[in-house]
Design a protein around this ligand. Structure first.
Ligand code: SF4
Length: 458
């Protein structure tokens, strides 16, 4: 499967890529599929399985599914509309299926199976529509992390570009990437750019302009999210009593003429993840829970490195392309889903992506980029997913800040070396995959273990 940078960095809504963005996409896809049904839809039934059922309430899954079934998509829906429309549906106990016919359905009628895991992934959704002529139509979807959605029937996905054939530099290991760079005389972002241009119908100047514009748009959305998070005061939703801390920290940094890079990394990451916790406009990077790390490290690079700020557009493109190239390795060889491999697959992958991408824009060779990415994951191996109350708040928000600092450090260590090192990125990714497979399910986004059971919710 070819994976596009725009699938890895997709614009959506908080608080979770696997539990909010993916389920909304699945609902919209199911509603679309029935657009050409021979008769109207009379009833729709929804079953959630595994982690979606266990932590769906705290992750906004129910509203996401219902709004998806009404035809909304995460990339275009207004985050404020989700809350408003969700309340309207609960009051009326009806949805407008596909924006067409009214059918009875609300959150209470979604059937939960937290202890049942469907064959392909723990985040399973089953939709069943009953038509006016008595026929039934059923489909099973898996929300496999990062907003990616797969159908039971095969490897097909409902992500915009995934699965498109024919890229010039196909790779699924870091070893292949490191072999391709010197052979073709390309850097990591150049390889990724050529792949992306092919996915956009190139090679051509038009396709290249489209890809670059798309990358700059992704950064605009990320940057806007940081800025919103700097200024949005108040409490996070969900009843945990967590206060938004980014605005206070931001004010202190501005008032004190604060030049401490680590503080700025922290505040940018927390700003994004507090926005995410509030269901705001978010870019998966590679997931929502880990969405603060890639933007905060780029924010830091542009703020504290004048040589990078002077080449802003090129730096943004190279940074995101390199981060995406690293994410492809995790997606293809292991997982970016907390429900599948724990938080090492979310925050660990994001830390690795940001580390390699920062090294790249600071002038690293491909082996140094690979080294930085390896350090970024190695020191996140074994990280569990245990969000308190099933909300993407504790430990998630601080965890993004910590991992952002770690990513910068990983890039710095790699840049002091020559790229030779003992543990390869491929070995670290395989270790992550095996560790995730061995991890008890209570540590994989079920809120049945770890902090989620040792810290009272109120
Ligand atoms: S603990 Fe990590 S994987 Fe789990 S919800 Fe939070 S950020 Fe995502």
């Amino acid at each position: 499967m070819t994976i596009s940078v725009f699938d890895l960095f997709s614009v959506g809504i908080g608080p979770s890529s696997s539990h909010t963005v993916g389920p909304m996409r699945a609902g919209a896809d199911f509603a679309d599929e029935l657009r050409s049904a021979p008769s109207t839809v009379r009833a729709v039934h929804v079953d959630l399985y595994g982690s979606l059922a266990a932590t769906g309430r705290g992750h906004g899954t129910f509203a996401a599914v219902l709004l998806g079934l009404e035809g909304n998509r995460p990339e275009t829906v207004d985050p404020d509309y989700v809350e408003k429309r969700g309340a309207e549906i609960e009051a009326a106990r009806r949805i407008s299926f596909g924006g067409r016919e009214e059918v009875p359905l609300c959150a209470e009628e979604i059937v939960l199976h937290p202890l049942t895991v469907l064959p392909r992934h723990t985040n399973g959704i089953r939709f069943r529509a009953v038509l006016a002529d008595g026929a039934e139509h059923e489909a099973v979807y898996y929300s496999v992390g990062g907003g990616f959605v797969e159908r039971e029937s095969g490897a097909d996905t409902v992500n915009p570009l995934a699965g498109s054939p024919g890229v010039p530099h196909d790779f699924d290991t870091a070893a292949a990437l490191l072999e391709t760079c010197p052979r073709t005389g390309r850097t990591v972002p150049q390889l990724m750019l050529e792949n992306e241009i092919a996915l956009h119908g190139g090679p051509s100047d038009v396709a290249e302009r489209e890809v670059r514009a798309g990358l700059l748009h992704i950064w605009e959305v990320m940057e806007a999210c940081i800025e919103r998070g700097f200024h949005a005061e108040g409490m996070l939703p969900g009843g945990l009593g967590v206060k938004r801390r980014a605005p206070g920290l931001y004010r202190r940094l501005v008032d004190s003429d604060g030049a401490d890079a680590m503080d700025w990394l922290n505040v940018a990451a927390m700003a994004v993840n507090e926005e995410n916790a509030c269901g705001g406009r978010i870019v998966t990077a590679p997931t929502n829970g880990a969405a603060g790390i890639v933007p905060s490290v780029l924010y830091y690079a542009l703020k504290f490195r004048s040589s990078l700020a002077a080449r802003r557009e090129q730096v943004v493109c190279d940074y995101l392309l390199t981060a995406a190239a690293i994410a492809v390795l995790y997606k293809r060889r292991a997982s970016i889903s907390g429900a599948e491999v724990g938080c090492q697959g979310e925050v660990g992958s994001a830390c690795s992506m940001a580390a390699g991408a920062l090294a790249q824009v600071m002038g690293a060779t491909p082996p140094q980029v690979e080294n930085a990415a390896e350090i970024g994951i190695e020191h996140n191996l074994g990280l569990t997913c245990d969000p308190i109350g099933g909300l993407v708040q504790i430990p998630c928000i601080e965890r993004n800040a910590i991992a952002s600092v770690k990513a910068v450090n990983a890039a710095r260590i790699a840049l002091h070396g020559d790229g030779t090192h003992r543990v390869s990125l491929d070995q670290a990714i395989e270790t992550m995959r095996q560790t995730g497979a061995d991890m008890l399910s209570k540590y994989k986004e079920t809120s049945l273990g770890g902090l989620a059971v040792n810290v009272p919710e109120c």
